[in-house]
Write a protein that binds this ligand. Structure first.
Ligand code: ZN
Length: 396
């Protein structure tokens, strides 16, 4: 298969740009897609079978070869399915909770932080077929060349920040100041990447055309195509890079960001701060900041079902028989709890609305469940023994 695709290069360049604009966004896949069915494999398929299935389907539906409507969507779905099933952790979540589990996101509760983000299907395809290096990767196959990234506006990458908060801060929410390291526009060159006072000159490699003709080997055969000039990145000019940022236009800096952590978050919750990720290149939009929450445990209070809390109280057997009132620690402070006469060891008492506010709907609160432990002495005085024997006479 040897195709002569002079227009292919140009079309692909547009496609690349479109892809870049999409970077960092979560791909939306149809709800309830069966990944196994999509790849045509059994639920017990091993790595080899998965690879084989993905390989043949990705080749069949890659939008560069398949021009039928819907082929590109199908290609993306196949890529997502393969990405999930080939990753043990994601596969486990998918097998248990289905697609919804992978999109848990904020407060999703499966601890699957970041699981909802799929790799760009074209990047996955590229890494799978190993097209990288040298000739700007897969060229017309939707790969990105480094030169293109260098010279076109691209969206900045998302940044991750790990935040550990106290138990009560998670329950009621809190305000936090984060010092986030991320890429920002270089102030020496205002993000242009060009050294101040220098002028661009015509690129010596392409003679100012911005394009060169090259033969690119791909899994689909050899393509002769016009590709973007690697030396100048397609703009036909070369310029002296800014000495501070090395031509990237961005430098790594720390920025203090105020974050309002909502009530009800838990370990594994992920908060998104829009546009506070890394700066984009050459005027491209910034990425987002994702704050991953970890909650320090409380010695007494344990959360369960995300909004409920469990604790234990211990009372002597005499109090279990007679009933009593005990002080119980709650997230609202110490509260009196009435223990009824004749409470059974291991019984659970409910303190309504003493739990955690529901994330996103703080008017709804969970409950606190108090488990009653009853102590029975293994040593008693003669006087106590006499009293218990007296009670014992009345049994039955
Ligand atoms: Zn600079």
């Amino acid at each position: 298969m040897n195709k002569n695709q002079n227009t292919g290069g140009r079309r692909s360049a547009q496609q690349n740009l479109k892809l870049k604009n999409k970077r960092g966004q979560t791909l939306i896949v149809k709800a309830g897609t069966d990944y196994y069915e999509l790849l045509g494999v059994s639920r017990s398929a091993d790595t080899k079978e998965l690879k084989k299935a993905y390989r043949s389907l990705a080749r069949k539906y890659h939008p560069d070869v398949n021009k039928e409507p819907g082929a590109e969507d199908k290609f993306k779905e196949i890529s997502n399915a393969y990405e999930v099933l080939s990753d043990d952790q994601k596969k486990a979540i998918y097998d248990q909770y289905g697609e919804a589990g992978l999109k848990g996101g904020m407060g999703g509760g499966y601890g699957g932080a970041g699981m909802g983000d799929f790799t760009n299907p074209f990047d996955l395809f590229e890494s799978f077929f190993g097209g990288g290096g040298g000739m700007g990767g897969m060229g017309g196959m939707g790969g990105r060349s480094s030169a293109q990234s260098r010279n076109r506006p691209t969206q900045g990458d998302d940044e991750r920040f790990d935040l550990e908060i106290d138990f009560l801060e998670a329950v009621f929410g809190c305000e936090k100041e984060l010092d986030v390291m991320r890429l920002e526009d270089c102030d020496t060159c205002s993000g242009s990447g060009v050294k101040a006072g220098t002028r661009p000159s015509t690129c010596g490699t392409c003679g100012g055309q911005g394009q060169v003709i090259a033969t690119v080997r791909t899994p689909l055969g050899n393509f002769q195509q016009v590709t973007t000039c690697q030396a100048c990145g397609g703009n036909g000019q070369t310029s002296t890079p800014c000495p501070k940022c090395g031509g990237d236009g961005r430098v790594r800096k720390s920025k203090r960001i105020s974050l309002r952590v909502p009530a009800g978050v838990d370990s594994g919750s992920r908060l998104r701060v829009r546009s506070e990720g890394n700066a984009g290149r050459k005027g491209g939009p910034p990425g987002d900041l994702y704050v991953f929450i970890a909650v320090r445990e409380d010695p007494d209070l344990k959360r369960f079902e995300s909004i409920n809390i469990s604790t234990t109280v211990t009372i002597p057997y005499t109090k279990a028989i007679l009933g009593t009132t005990v002080k119980v620690r709650t997230v609202d402070g110490t509260v009196d709890l009435k223990i009824p006469t004749g409470v059974q060891p291991g019984a659970t008492l409910l303190m309504a609305k003493r739990g955690v506010p529901k994330l996103g709907n703080p008017n709804v609160r969970g409950d606190q469940y108090v488990k009653v432990k009853v102590t029975i002495p293994n040593k008693i005085s003669n006087e106590e023994k006499a009293l218990v024997e007296e009670l014992d006479k009345n049994q039955k």
